[in-house]
Design a protein around this ligand. Structure first.
Ligand SMILES: [Zn+2]
Length: 290
């Protein structure tokens, strides 16, 4: 078990980076070449591509609502990109979850006097690494809605999935779902066990996205390309299949090395890449090695 625990810890780069001060994380990276590119999704909703999780923006008659803020050194460029969409006030920032590639700009945004909103658990976890000014000032434990820009922006609290503080934001009028990192198109799911994530919650949360979305809903992942309900279904079904395979292997007493060698993700690796981080989390959560 000790070996598996160590591997899980090493595999969770996002969790490890949370353990170091935010400033150090930013200093370790070179952001000088990062460009922030706005993309229109539908209706009032845009997303900004840069480095780290996508920033989702609703722009309309009441101003701007931002979802996530990448890294602190990018805040000026993010604001400049938003200014190419609208010159109106930024009314709120919502954090989809705790990770520093989604909350790294919070201190700068807080200093601009823009209220930050997130689940209670996000605030509690951020308190360990960020100053007061960077913390959410509005927190919630259940679903909430914002009514701006002619939208019902539904902030939907999820079961512990990518972390234990994940939210979706569904822009009902524009029919766009900002999925945070529960859904990514560039890799297998990241289940951050050190921040309370869970395999079953990931499956449930992906099912909630499938249930929320219609055939025309545009789904903006935390990382990757704008997707459809069918894409989320494919991703969820992959997770369910891998869980079933690994459950059976754990029941047969297989070690992590044996599971990895059996390659339960074989048919998915071409699409989602290196499965080790995902497989390690799945194995640990299913009780493998204990
Ligand atoms: Zn994340």
């Amino acid at each position: 078990m000790k070996h598996v625990t160590r591997m899980v810890y090493l595999a969770c780069a996002a969790a490890v980076s949370l353990a170091v001060p935010q400033a150090l994380t930013a200093q370790q990276r070179d952001f000088s070449d990062v460009r922030i590119t706005p993309h229109h999704v539908a209706g009032t909703v845009y997303y900004l591509e840069g480095q780290g999780g996508h920033v989702v923006v609703s722009a309309g008659e009441d101003g701007i609502v931002m979802v996530d803020d990448q890294f602190a050194p990018l805040t000026d460029r993010i604001i400049a990109a938003i200014r190419t969409i609208s010159s109106d006030d930024i009314r709120f920032l919502i954090n989809t979850h705790v990770h520093p590639d989604h909350t790294g700009g919070n201190e700068n945004i807080g200093r601009l006097g823009i209220p930050i909103m997130a689940r209670d658990r996000v605030r509690v976890r951020l308190m360990a690494s960020l100053p007061e000014i960077a913390l959410p000032v509005v927190t919630f434990t259940d679903d909430i809605s914002l009514h701006l820009n002619g939208e019902d922006m539904e902030v939907i609290t999820l079961p512990p999935a990518h972390t234990d503080g994940d939210s979706y934001i569904y822009f009902r009028g524009s029919d766009v779902l900002a999925a945070g990192d529960v859904f990514r198109t560039v890799a297998f799911p990241v289940i951050d066990l050190n921040n309370g994530g869970s395999l079953d919650g990931t499956i449930e949360a992906l099912g909630m996205a499938v249930g929320l979305a219609g055939p025309n809903t545009r789904i903006v992942p935390g990382h990757g390309v704008v997707s459809t309900r069918a894409d989320v279904m494919e991703f969820r079904d992959m997770v369910i299949d891998v869980k079933a395979q690994v459950s059976e292997m754990v029941a047969r007493g297989m070690t992590y090395q044996q599971v990895a060698a059996a390659n339960p993700t074989a048919r998915y690796n071409a699409k989602w890449g290196d499965p080790e981080r995902f497989l390690t989390a799945v194995y640990a959560e299913l009780g493998g090695g204990s």
